[in-house]
Design a protein around this ligand. Structure first.
Ligand code: VOV
Length: 287
């Protein structure tokens, strides 16, 4: 539950009666995707005792930011990004934009912060759009309904993997989402939702709006235990008109959740030496 519902309620005007108008939307927590690269060379040059101390402090910082989930004042999680786009993704949901700026600075103030370079960031706000409710529909206190609260003030799913990408709806000649009649956009989003629902229980999505906040129009954050489910859902949606005709996509990031203890192991060069040693041993044993 989010106790401070009203003071952190953002919500848009409802010009739904005219044809080319945005849908009624509700907004909730602000989101920061904070991608960092670790300067491994400088990190490994540190004295091992100092490095271990910094790693422990970083794990305590992670525990501290994750605790927001216990008080209902947001949610945070850390992922190890696979591929060269970044090393770490710090994912934060908070009631105010300023809270996210503070978390960014708090990471910079940790000792680990001296070894983290910015790789990418994305600022957005959780968003729920209403294409199917008639005028006045959403004005009943829909914000209190559990499914709405779960979308606007989401917990971070415990899934092992996360996938993030920003996207736009196209404005290109005949393929212009923003000149489509309201009803047509509603029809397309309904079809989109039907595909998404097939992945219930396997893929959780958090859709956040970023028009006016960042370089793309939406952020898409997906959570799944099986990373192949990211490929399945995104691929299936590519054939659906809302994506096939109107979707434009930014870079994709995929990562594996890191609990505080796993962060300490990730930061330990001894872990890498141990893993390499074990592999060599296994190869030698297996011929
Ligand atoms: C994985 C499951 C899944 C499910 C169940 C789902 C359902 C729904 C519903 C019911 C609705 C409409 C109401 C709302 O909730 O806002 C949406 C809305 C939205 N979606 Fe979605 N989506 C999913 C998943 C899902 C994915 C994988 C993507 C990326 C598209 C792709 O091709 O890569 C996406 C995008 C969006 C966007 C950009 C919006 C906002 C569009 C707008 O114009 O407002 N979405 N979505």
């Amino acid at each position: 539950m989010h106790p401070g519902g009203t003071e952190t309620s953002h919500h848009s005007a409802n010009p739904q009666s005219t044809q080319n108008a945005p849908p009624f939307t509700l907004e909730g927590w602000f989101i920061l995707h904070d991608f960092r690269r670790l300067d491994w060379r400088r990190w490994k040059a540190l004295d091992p005792a100092r490095r271990a101390q910094i790693a422990r402090e970083a794990a305590a910082f992670l525990r501290h930011v994750e605790a927001a989930g216990d008080t209902g004042e947001g949610a945070s999680a850390l992922y190890r990004v696979v591929g060269h786009k970044a090393d770490l993704l710090w994912l934060h949901f908070r009631p105010a934009l300023a809270d996210l700026g503070e978390l960014e600075a708090a990471l910079a103030r940790t000792a680990l912060g001296d070894y983290l370079e910015p790789a990418y960031s994305y600022v957005s706000v959780t968003e729920l759009s209403f294409y199917r409710s008639g005028p006045g529909g959403p004005e009943r206190d829909v914000r209190q309904e559990p499914f709405v609260r779960a979308r606007l003030y989401p917990a971070i799913p415990p899934a092992r993997h996360a996938c993030f990408y920003p996207m736009n709806k196209k404005r290109d000649g005949a393929d212009n989402w923003y000149t489509l009649p309201f009803e047509e956009r509603g029809r397309l989003m309904h079809s989109h939702g039907l595909i998404g629902r097939k992945y219930a229980g396997r893929v959780t999505q958090i859709i956040s709006g970023s028009v006016g906040l960042d370089d793309w129009e939406w952020g898409v954050t997906l959570f799944a235990d099986d990373p192949v489910d990211f490929k399945r859902v995104v691929y299936e949606m590519r054939f659906d008109e809302a994506s096939a005709r109107y979707g434009e996509f930014g870079p994709f990031y995929v990562g594996v959740r890191l609990a505080p203890g796993e962060l300490v192991r990730f930061l330990s060069p001894e872990t890498a030496a141990g893993a390499a040693g074990a592999r060599e041993g296994a190869q030698a044993a297996g011929g």
